[in-house]
Ligand binder design. Sequence first.
Ligand code: MV4
Length: 450
Amino acid sequence: MFKRILIANRGEIALRIIRACKEMGIETVAIFSEGDRGANYLNLADQAFCVGGPRSYESYLKINQIIAAAEVSGAEAIHPGFGFLSENAHFNEVCRDCNIEFIGPTPKAMQALGDKNTARSLAITAQVPVVPGSDGLIEDENQAIETAEKIGYPVLIKATAGGGGKGMRVAENREVLLTALQQAKTEAQAAFGNGGVYLEKYVLNPRHVEVQIIADHHGNVVHLWERDCSVQRRHQKLIEQSPAPNLSEKTRKAICDAAVRMVRAADYTNAGTVEFIVDPNENFYFIEVNARIQVEHPVTEMVTGIDLIQQQIRVAAGEPLPFTQDQIKTHGTAIECRINAEDPQRGFMPSAGKVQQWIIPGGLGVRFDSHVYAGYSVPPYYDSMLGKLIVHRNTREEAIACMLRALDELKVEGVATTAAFQAAVLRTPEFRDGTIDTKWVEREGLQKLL
Ligand code: MV4
C-alpha cells in the first residue's frame, strides 16, 4: 500500500481524497495555486506545495510542477480527482514514466475511451446498444448524406475528440446537414485538434442514466448500480439520484450488465462511469465512458455503503476488489444537489466573492461535501461548485422531504447559490414522478420554477 499520495486537484474533491487517505493511514500531499493559498482544507494535508499562479493553466494543469511536487514530497501515487488532468492520457503516462502510480486507468484505456468513435466501436463489439449511426468517422459528404437518410433525421453530428456535450451539432434535415457537418468538423479541429466526426440518430428527450463501475488488475469488474443525472442545464448536472426513478428492474439490470461488458472490452481498470441515454420506451444507448471519479460519486457511496475513493486507491495499489458482484446491494435512495455559486435569478451567472455566512444542514441521512467555510473567498478562477448536498433515506419520498428540509436549512450569505432552484425542481410533480428528461429544465424555463 502507498505511504504517501499527492492529490492533483483542489476544493471539495481534494478534501474528499484527504479524508479517504487519513482513514487508511496514508500521508497526503496537497498542491495549490496562488488562487487557493490559505484555504482551510490545505491544513488537513500532511504537506502542501504551491504549484503556480491562480489560473488553471499556471498551476493545476502544469504537469512539470505537479510531478516536481510529487518527487520532492516522495509521493508514490497521484490521485487526479475530476476535471483538470484527470482524463489526460499524457499526464497519466508521465506519472508512470516517473514511477509514480496514477490512480486511474492505463493511458491506453484512457486514450481509447477518450476517442468517442473508438469507444462506440468498442461498445458494438461488447454487444452494448449504441444509437443507430455511422459506421466509423464520416469521411465525405456522400457518406454523410447516405447515413443520415438511412437512420432518419434529426441526426446528431458528434466530434470524436469531444464528449460531455462539447462538439455536438444537430442537423434537422438534408438541407442543413452539409453545412452543419462542415461547421462541426471545423469547430472540432479548432477545439480538440481533431476534426473527426461521426453521426448518430438524435434521440429526443432522453434521460441520462450512468453506471458506476470499478475494475481491479485481477480481472474483476463490478458495477455499483446506476445514477440518474437528467436534471441538468447546458450539460451542467444540477441534481443526481440513485436508484434511477421510473426505470424497470429489467432495464436497470440490463444497463448495469452492459456497462460491465463495456469496461471489460476496453480493458479498463479502476473506477469509471459508463454513460447511457434512455428513451421514453426504456431503450438505452451507450454514449461515452468517463474515465475518472465523478462529482456525483457520493450518491453511489450512500446507497452501496462503499467508499469509492478508498477502493480506487486499493485497486491502484494492486489489491483485488474486496467484494463480488452479488455482494453489492443498494439500500434506500440518495439524492445529490450540486450547490454552485451561481445566481439562478440571473441566468446562473457565477457569483464569486467572500462567504459571509455558511450554515450547513445536518440530521439523519444528510451529508455535505465541501471545502467552504464562513470567511472563505470563492476564487473566480475555477468552476463555481461550493459543495455537494447529499441525502440518503430508506424511501424516495423520505429522501425528497429530507433534501427539501436540508436545502431550506442551508444558509449562505455573501454569494448567490443554486439551492433555491434545486428546491423548486424537487417540489415539482415531474421530479416526484421521475419523468424529468435532459431537456426538461430548458423546456420548463427556469423563471417559471423560481
Ligand atoms: C445524445 C443525445 C441524443 N441522441 N446522442 C452527448 C454528450 C453526453 N454527455 C450527452 N450526450 C447526448 N448524446 C444522441 N444520439 C443526447 C445527449 C444529451 C444531451 C444532448 C444535448 C444537450 C443536453 C444533453 C444532456 C444529456 C444527454
